[in-house]
Design a protein around this ligand. Structure first.
Ligand SMILES: C[S@@+](CC[C@H](N)C(=O)[O-])C[C@H]1O[C@@H](n2cnc3c(N)ncnc32)[C@H](O)[C@@H]1O
Length: 669
């Protein structure tokens, strides 16, 4: 009671026993802690619609329904954009006023010529650029939020874990705040029966100066976890064996002999070039639906910021229970020290002082341009002069990812194939070009103010020029060539799995595939982060392999597709679907089912969304056979739905899926 008095006339957050969250000004309370809130609202959390704020005004909450009541830190809270927070992920770092908004403002004012090119323009003030620092006060606020979500009457463990992880990222190394966040994470691991991770976090807490006064609690949890683990180990040998065989089964290989010098590509594929298509990929033999023809590793990749407290920033593995923080920035977290060191060597040494600002003011496209440039610089062992000499003497017309000997290639050779990706520079209008100069200039400014590139660029004009050129080049190659990486996420409300995009990547070979609104191949992200290209309907010898850039004729009208493709990819699509104006899915004609038989697509779909590997493996050969029988007849509704089902079965067997389904049974919905 005496605690509550100090909250009167302050903003409080209340979590009720049924998991609801109310925020408002505490006007008063009685002896049974019935409370009166003024100017209040409820925060309604939804898996699909983010966080909605429902205004309630003057509101009374019964004391026996209150689980937690705490004062809100308004300075932190006011910065949150609830409409933009997907509930299943972390808060996005992107702010409402960013580089794009500043550019637009300057463009409208006609002030752009000087502002965009002048590196002394007022970016710092207008975009509130500032160095990222550890902050124990923020770590405490996040930990408190985690504690509220952990409360036995709330039990939102996954969200609590993300708060603790972010608290760990903000905390200073060796601080009590770091130690307590690790200990709190161990408490959730215990609740979710992740006893090994529980013990690991207890060790991390102790190594990080865990306070003596709280030690007995930790020791008790340690004993309990050890006991539970011992019990489980006695029962689990058979489960371990089953898991092992599952992993071996899912190894995917090319359907044909790999090319001797390009082992990631089937030997039947070739690169061609024409005025109309630029470079494009053809096959010198007939291909069947289900054939795997490319399996490629990315040159560079970038985890989306909303996964920063869920996955390792380097290898992208989901490891929400054991992430460890970069000791300088508050964004990057890793699964192991090894990943942390690799990331640092490959790109994070340049990105660490600027990455928080990058995510705050930009979207993933400029962030991916930065990642491509930093990865490229490390490919040249951070020697910008050597890089400049190499690239200035490079004959770009001779670089060919399909004829280069990848078995002998070093990191510099591989970068050559990225350097020559399409920029579409000649098709960009003035505003577009100026926008990219503007973004590249901001990134350049951040890099040369805050990283070791500062010294290099001050002393070496060549290096300075090269850095700006690379940033400008890749702000253009990225929107044309970047690929999304996916995994399957469990949706507790519908109890099904959905495809989610967790990262972006640059694949120089995959980037040679052109688009069709009626594609004949598809891509899937494999568990190890590589990407596979799979044929989805028969392709005759000499035919072109067509990917789809997100504009399928089943889903969008020709006008919508062509407008979007022209805007992002700068070409007028004249694919078979555009030329023949193929209908949307629900208007497609049927095949002759009396001749080819039929599949019950809705029933198969209902089975596949349950995500059972056995079922998917059983269906794959049937779907593949059917696709090869009917695939020449296009467009037909059966062909399109069978392609979807086939892809889904493939994804179940070869794509990674989130472990979260396992945890939801311990949480309140
Ligand atoms: C990922 S690249 C594909 C490879 C590209 N042709 C090259 O030479 O690097 C995407 C670019 O290829 C071109 N492109 C892709 N599909 C096309 C199509 N169906 N017709 C004409 N150009 C296409 C566009 O310039 C597009 O921006």
């Amino acid at each position: 009671m005496s605690g509550l008095e100090s909250y009167v006339n302050n903003t409080v957050s209340i979590i009720t026993a049924d998991g609801r969250n109310f925020v408002g000004t505490l006007k008063g309370f009685d002896q049974t802690v019935n409370v009166i809130l003024d100017e209040s609202h409820e925060r309604v959390y939804s898996m699909t619609a983010g966080i909605e704020q429902v205004v309630l005004g003057l509101h009374i909450i019964r004391g026996d329904n209150i689980a937690i009541i705490g004062q809100l830190d308004e300075s932190v809270d006011s910065k949150l954009d609830f409409s933009a927070i997907p509930f299943g992920m972390c808060d996005s770092l992107e702010e409402k006023f960013g580089a794009w908004e500043l550019f637009d403002e300057l463009w409208e004012d006609g002030a752009l010529d000087s502002a965009a090119i002048n590196r002394d323009a007022p970016y710092t003030e207008r975009l509130r650029l500032c160095r990222d620092t550890k902050d124990n006060a923020k770590a405490r606020t996040l930990r408190t939020k985690g504690n509220e979500l952990f409360h036995p009457k709330v039990k939102r463990y996954i969200e609590a874990l993300k708060c603790y992880n972010e608290s760990i990222a903000f905390s200073v190394k060796g601080s009590e705040d770091r130690a307590i966040a690790f200990a709190n994470r161990s408490m959730i691991c215990y609740e979710l029966q992740r006893y090994e991770e529980c013990l690991h976090n207890i060790r991390l807490a102790r190594e990080s100066n865990y306070p003596e006064r709280l030690a007995p609690k930790l020791t008790k949890r340690e004993e309990d976890a050890k006991k539970a683990l011992m019990l489980r180990n006695e029962q689990s040998d058979s489960i371990k064996c089953q898991n092992k065989s599952k992993q071996c089964d899912s190894e995917l290989t090319l359907s044909y002999n790999p090319c001797e010098t390009v082992p990631q590509v089937a030997e039947c594929l070739e690169l061609s070039e024409s005025e109309r298509f630029g470079r494009y990929v053809i096959t010198n033999r007939n291909l069947n639906a289900g054939d795997v023809v490319i399996i490629e590793q990315p040159f560079s990749r970038l985890l989306r910021d909303i996964y920063r407290c869920v996955r390792c920033e380097f290898c992208h593995r989901e490891c929400i229970f054991t992430l460890i923080p970069c000791e300088s920035c508050t964004v990057a977290m890793y699964c192991t020290n090894e990943c942390m060191e690799k990331a640092y060597k490959r790109y994070h040494n340049y990105e660490c002082p600027i990455i928080r600002d990058i995510w705050r003011i930009f979207t993933k496209l400029p962030a991916m341009s930065l990642r491509t440039v930093t990865t490229a610089i490390s490919a040249f062992d951070d020697d910008l002069q050597a890089m400049s000499d190499h690239l200035r003497s490079l004959d770009k017309t001779k670089v060919n990812a399909f004829t280069m000997d990848w078995t002998q290639a070093n990191a510099r050779d591989i970068y050559d194939t990225v350097h020559v990706l399409e920029t579409n520079q000649r098709y960009r209008d003035r505003k577009d070009r100026m926008g990219r100069v503007f973004y590249a200039t901001i990134i350049f400014k951040l890099l040369t103010e805050r990283t070791e590139l500062s010294n290099i660029c001050t002393m070496n004009a060549d290096a300075c020029e090269l850095l700006m050129e690379l940033l400008l080049r890749h702000t253009q190659t990225v929107p044309v060539n970047m690929h999304s990486l996916h995994y399957m996420e469990y949706q507790p409300e519908q109890r099904v799995y959905e495809i989610e995009n967790h990262a972006s990547a640059c694949f120089p070979i995959l980037s040679m595939l052109n688009h069709s609104c009626a594609p004949n191949v598809t891509r899937i992200t494999l568990r190890d982060g590589r990407c596979a290209v799979i044929v989805t309907r028969p392709i005759s010898k000499g035919g072109q392999l067509y990917d789809n850039y997100g504009m399928h004729h089943c889903l969008l009208s020709r006008k919508e597709r062509q407008t979007a493709l022209l805007k992002q990819y700068r070409f007028i699509c004249e694919c078979e679907a555009c030329v023949n104006d193929y209908p949307l899915y629900h208007e497609l004609p049927s095949i002759d089912t009396s001749r080819y038989g039929m599949i019950d697509a809705p029933a198969l779909h209902a089975e596949l969304v349950l995500h059972q590997e056995k079922k998917a493996a059983e269906l794959m050969p049937k779907l593949r056979r059917y696709l090869n029988d009917i695939g020449q007849q296009y467009p037909r509704s059966e062909t399109c739905s069978c392609q979807e089902l086939f892809l889904r079965a493939f994804q179940i067997l070869h794509m990674s899926s989130s472990e979260s389904a396992e945890y939801w049974k311990y949480c309140n919905p």
